[in-house]
Design a protein around this ligand. Structure first.
Ligand code: HEC
Ligand code: HEC
Length: 245
């Protein structure tokens, strides 16, 4: 049922129907349970009729389907509990729910407009998700316990990273990361993500994307920070972040 349901929402999005209709249709599908595929093929008028008797009922998507999405679709790259063991794939466990939801929406193409955050892999993953799925996925990962990345042990590099993270680089006008991401890297919800314990490779990749402007879904805030940093500084701070707890 999980995959069937997923494919069905995907089709709705591709056909460009508006969110409200889709939400209504999801309600209809969830409540119709096994009849879902038949319902999916009915016209819009039929859907409003079908959703009428269930007005005022509980949330449109049952929590179990979020676990199905996380376990069936996302787990391959981020692990079932969001503690990705692949260094290029971010650890999601313990991240703020609002930040996760925002990123998922940013990966989504909006009609003709390209996604705000470019990742062909992630855009394919979120295409089928509803706004409610995105919200629930944020909550799901936020409540998982983070298992931090192994972290670097190179004392010299870590010391350089520590100075930068907490004090910035005054000479080059680099602000302290701690001012937005917190002294222990736990971030400040809803705007500033947690960075503590993240894989060095993922952090480095993001700093690189902010630097080139390929990632700019943050109103260029991070671009201004990283464009003033040297390559060794980016590495040092990324390694330091991986050791924050
Ligand atoms: C095929 C591997 C793959 C799958 C499957 C996958 N992801 Fe991702 N995910 C990635 C990669 C790689 C990135 C980093 C993208 C980038 O910035 O280039 C990412 C980034 C993210 C981010 C941004 C995290 C941050 O710290 O900014 C979130 C949130 C996320 N994924 C959630 C999900 C969810 C939810 C699913 C399931 C619906 C999913 N991913 C499925 C590979 C995957
Ligand atoms: C003025 C505030 C500010 C400062 C200073 C700042 N950041 Fe950020 N950072 C942000 C915002 C805002 C975002 C992303 C918001 C979004 O994508 O919605 C972000 C995102 C990031 C991300 C991406 C996290 C992820 O999971 O993909 C990394 C990594 C990061 N910052 C590292 C740093 C480092 C390292 C420094 C210091 C050199 C730093 N930041 C300084 C505001 C700041």
């Amino acid at each position: 049922m999980g995959y069937c349901f997923y494919t069905y929402i995907n089709t709705s999005f591709q056909s460009g129907k508006n969110m409200r209709t889709i939400n209504k249709m999801i309600m209809a599908v969830v409540f119709a349970s096994t009849a879902s595929v038949v319902m999916a093929e009915s016209s819009e008028e039929d859907v409003s009729a079908a959703s009428a008797p269930i007005e005022g009922s509980a949330a449109p998507v049952a929590p179990s389907s979020i676990e199905e999405i996380a376990g069936g679709i996302c787990a391959g790259c981020h692990s079932a509990d969001g503690n990705s063991v692949i260094p290029m794939n971010p650890i999601l466990a313990g991240q703020h729910s609002e930040y996760i939801s925002k990123q998922l929406m940013d990966f989504k193409a909006n009609g003709e407009e390209p996604p705000k955050r470019n990742s062909p892999v992630m855009s394919a993953m979120v295409a089928a998700l509803s706004q409610n799925d995105v919200k629930k996925l944020g909550e799901y990962y936020a409540k998982q316990t983070m298992k931090p990345s192994q972290g670097s042990t190179d004392e010299k590099i870590l010391e350089q990273g520590r100075i930068l993270y907490h004090g910035g680089n005054i000479e080059h006008n680099v602000p302290a990361c701690a001012s937005c991401h917190g002294p222990n890297g736990s971030g400040i919800p809803p705007r500033y993500p947690a960075v503590a314990g993240q894989h060095t490779e993922y952090t480095m990749m993001q700093l690189g994307l902010f630097n080139t402007g390929e990632r700019a879904n943050d109103n260029d805030i991070m671009h201004k920070v990283v464009s003033r940093m040297s390559a060794p500084e980016k590495r040092a701070v990324s390694e330091y972040i991986s050791t924050l707890r």
